[in-house]
Design a protein around this ligand. Structure first.
Ligand SMILES: Cc1cc2nc3c(=O)[nH]c(=O)nc-3n(C[C@H](O)[C@H](O)[C@H](O)COP(=O)(O)OP(=O)(O)OC[C@H]3O[C@@H](n4cnc5c(N)ncnc54)[C@H](O)[C@@H]3O)c2cc1C
Ligand SMILES: NC(=O)c1ccc[n+]([C@@H]2O[C@H](COP(=O)([O-])OP(=O)(O)OC[C@H]3O[C@@H](n4cnc5c(N)ncnc54)[C@H](OP(=O)(O)O)[C@@H]3O)[C@@H](O)[C@H]2O)c1
Length: 245
């Protein structure tokens, strides 16, 4: 079921990467969930899933999008300006939330591209800070200009000190302070654990993976080799994930 939404603000991180702030009445949601956004294109409703970036108690919906080359919907969403209407699913859905993550000492959040969004939503709530001693956020992008919400992430690092490690992995240019390889390679080479000064293990770690499906598959297989298992409803494990395509 759709409800009408209205764009009230946008942030352009670069020409292709943008955040939309949307006024719409949807029911309650949990950080990590997504809504569908829809537009009528050539007389047909085209709807796609987009994770919410806002914390559940904030009045506007916020989404982070990239305009996919030759994509059906995302280039059209990139044309929207404040005042424009769009369709929003009346309810959020999705299972990549902390509700399904068992207790552990360390929470590892690993995202490529726009999949940083649901993790920002979680970090804007109190829950991860109350439940985990240490949180590590790994954000993989092609270029430094693709890093959205960097200032907010750096502020969290300042606010939480040793409890929060933010690791940017920028694969197509060399940037001081950032890793330069893809997330699974960084994991394999021990670079993530070295930066965080933590070891990933079934005893201490919960890992959430979001975004590029190939990143998720490669990272999952490495974690599996270390004894971590997928979190399932009836059989809790250590790895939770959401593929964006
Ligand atoms: C649960 C879920 C949550 C999602 N949340 C977001 C989000 O917060 N922000 C966001 O930008 N997208 C998100 N997506 C992807 C989004 O739903 C669309 O697939 C995307 O916007 C492309 O739609 P399109 O109609 O423009 O492209 P289509 O014409 O449908 O073409 C799809 C193709 O584009 C590529 N593609 C799709 N999404 C991406 C992406 N994000 N990055 C790189 N390549 C991609 C894939 O090759 C895919 O097969 C999410 C997807 C899922 C399943
Ligand atoms: N980002 C841009 O500059 C840009 C500009 C215009 C349009 N777009 C559109 O946006 C879409 C999404 O681009 P995006 O940059 O957000 O997402 P992306 O292509 O998924 O890249 C994000 C990060 O994931 C890495 N990655 C890609 N494949 C991987 C794999 N198999 N295993 C592990 N890591 C992997 C990338 O590394 P690599 O760099 O090594 O691939 C990059 O660091 C593109 O398909 C394109 O249509 C992007």
């Amino acid at each position: 079921m759709w409800t009408q939404g209205k764009v009230v603000k946008r942030i352009d991180w670069n020409d292709e990467l943008f955040s939309l702030f949307i006024e719409a009445h949807i029911g309650d949601f949990t950080a990590g969930q997504f809504v569908k956004l829809g537009l009528d294109i050539d007389g047909k409703r085209v709807g796609r899933a987009y994770s919410l970036v806002n914390a559940p108690d904030s009045p506007l919906l916020e989404v982070l999008l990239i305009s996919v080359e030759d994509g059906k919907l995302s280039p059209a969403l990139n044309q929207l300006q404040p005042g424009d209407n769009l369709n929003v699913s009346a309810k959020a859905s999705g299972f990549m939330t902390l509700d399904w993550v068992p207790e552990a000492s360390h929470l590892w959040l690993m995202a490529t591209g726009t999949a940083i969004g649901p993790f920002i939503s979680m970090l804007r709530t109190q829950e991860p800070w109350q439940r985990f001693k240490q949180i590590v956020l790994v954000y993989g992008v092609r270029l430094a200009a693709d890093l959205a919400y960097e200032q907010e992430l750096r502020s969290l690092a300042t606010k939480y000190g040793e409890r929060f490690t933010y690791i940017a992995s920028i694969t197509r240019e060399s940037v001081a302070g950032a890793l330069t390889c893809r997330i699974p390679d960084a994991l394999q080479q021990g670079l993530l654990e070295k930066r965080a000064e933590l070891t990933i293990s079934p005893e201490h770690s919960q890992v959430m993976l979001c975004g590029n499906p190939a990143m998720i598959a490669d990272t999952q297989s490495q974690l599996t080799a270390r004894g971590l298992t997928k979190n399932m409803k009836r059989k809790p494990g250590h790895i939770s994930m959401e593929r964006y395509w």
